[in-house]
Design a protein around this ligand. Structure first.
Ligand code: NAD
Length: 420
């Protein structure tokens, strides 16, 4: 794989740019940086799948393991039409840093299939999933590579994933994947974990900045697992959520949105269109609203050098992976926006995925309270560690989070040595 696109929009180049800055501040040896800048293993597969109408469609799938220095590769599986190699590589590397920031014993990986899950039947999605698992079987394993849901995939996809792997392995192996339904070894608290982590980081930022949740407004881009649950979690601490969007556009209601009604609408229609309790706005407008808290929770590269000057929020909590480009970072820093970077802000998901993997391996399950308390502890400590690092080194929260994560991976890489 040698796709290289040099533009502000290439998330892998953006990841490398931030890694280089963090490495420089840490004074890391060039040999270690050279290792961390690349992905350990990448696979691209062609997947012929019989569609409902009898035709055969050949899908393209990827799995990238950026690092297994600290543990098995960990990271989601994305089903989306715009999946590409450099995106999967970037997402894999971000997983490495994220797992290290919250100090869970995993490396980083990511997978993707170029498809539009909204245009496929349940049967077609199942066949694509099973074919994908069979195609990358040799890379997977509870001690090798443990996927999870991401954009366009959910608990049902994880159930098919676990079943296909277990059938081939002739064993019941729930720890092969996380984000499963509870009845198949999923963890209590996993569905809401990413959004809850977004809320916990935002709550800590409010405390840090001396702001009161009940006096704040928020806008959330994305109404999926991360966006909708982040919105609900923020509302639960008193924040007034006035705007939310999905891929087709957004809704605003200055009085505060009825999120339970929106969730019910989405359950029925799968999109925000048709919901009456707000005025329609565009996805571009939602990002520039005069709110206290902005949560981009949809996809990459939505805040760029073009619109960063117009961001008005005081706190920007990155629910999505890579919503801000490296060029936008500089502008947001100059404006004094308090950015909670993705590799910290959305790490609640992988933290509870780690708990799920541990529970599956023990075959002993925790209560929701145990999951939530342990997760809160990790998120609050990690937030404090990032803010402390930013202060000590005089860097942005983003570079501080990279420094924290990269340094931990550099240490294991150095200690393991180079096998030749
Ligand atoms: P999802 O598929 O459940 O929801 C995605 C939402 O974003 C949907 O509402 C969709 O309509 C909207 N969307 C998609 N493209 C958009 C665009 N171009 N503009 C505006 N809206 C758009 O996905 P998710 O699991 O909520 O993931 C969202 C983001 O969070 C991704 O960046 C993902 O990598 C990241 N993330 C997810 C998890 C998790 O546990 N699911 C954990 C960490 C990070």
């Amino acid at each position: 794989m040698n796709q290289t696109v040099s533009s502000e929009d290439n998330p892998f180049l953006a990841m490398q740019a931030r890694l280089d800055l963090a490495a420089e501040k840490l004074g890391l040896e060039p040999n270690i940086v050279a290792i961390l800048r690349t992905c350990e293993r990448e696979i691209r597969i062609s997947m012929p799948v019989v569609m409902d109408d009898g035709s055969v469609q050949v899908f393209e799938g990827y799995r990238v393991q950026h690092s297994t220095s600290r543990g098995p590769a960990k990271g989601g599986l994305r089903f989306a039409p715009n999946v590409n190699r450099d995106e999967v590589r970037a997402l894999a590397a971000w997983m490495t840093w994220k797992c290290a920031v919250v100090n869970v014993p995993f490396g980083g990986g990511k997978g993707g299939v170029i498809c539009d899950p909204f245009k496929m039947s349940k049967g077609e999605l199942e066949r694509v999933t099973r074919r994908y698992v069979a195609g990358i079987m040799d890379l997977l394993g509870p001690d090798r590579d443990v996927p999870a849901p991401d954009m366009g995939t959910d608990g049902q996809v994880m159930a098919w994933f676990m079943d296909t792997y277990s059938m081939h392995a002739r064993s019941y192996l729930p720890a092969i994947v996380t984000g499963k339904p509870i009845s198949l070894g999923g963890s209590l608290g996993r569905i809401e974990a990413t959004g809850r982590g977004v809320m916990l980081c935002t709550r800590e930022a409010l405390r840090h900045l001396g702001m009161k949740a009940s006096s704040c407004t928020a806008a959330v881009q994305g109404a999926g697992n991360v966006g909708l649950i982040s919105a609900m979690q923020l509302a639960s601490i008193g924040v007034k959520v006035i705007a939310i969007s999905d891929v087709h556009g957004g809704l605003i209601n200055e009085k505060g949105l009825d999120l339970a009604a929106i969730a019910a609408h989405l359950q029925r229609h799968r999109r925000l269109d048709g919901y009456e309790g707000g005025t329609r706005i565009s996805n571009a407008e939602i990002l520039e609203l005069p709110v206290d808290i902005l949560v981009p929770a949809a996809t990459e590269n939505v805040i760029t050098s073009q619109n960063a000057p117009n961001i008005k929020a005081r706190i920007l909590t990155e629910g999505a992976n890579g919503p801000c480009t490296a060029n936008a970072d500089r502008i947001l820093d100059e404006k004094g926006v308090f950015v909670i970077p993705d590799i910290l802000a959305n790490a609640g998901g992988v933290t509870v995925s780690y708990f799920e993997w541990v529970q599956d391996r023990m075959a002993f399950f925790w209560t929701q309270k145990e999951v939530e308390e342990r997760m809160e502890h990790i998120m609050v400590d990690s937030f404090a560690a990032v803010v402390d690092m930013a202060k000590r080194f005089g860097v942005s929260n983003r570079i501080a989070a990279y420094m924290l994560g990269v340094n931990r991976v550099a240490e294991t890489t150095r200690m393991r040595g180079i096998y030749a």
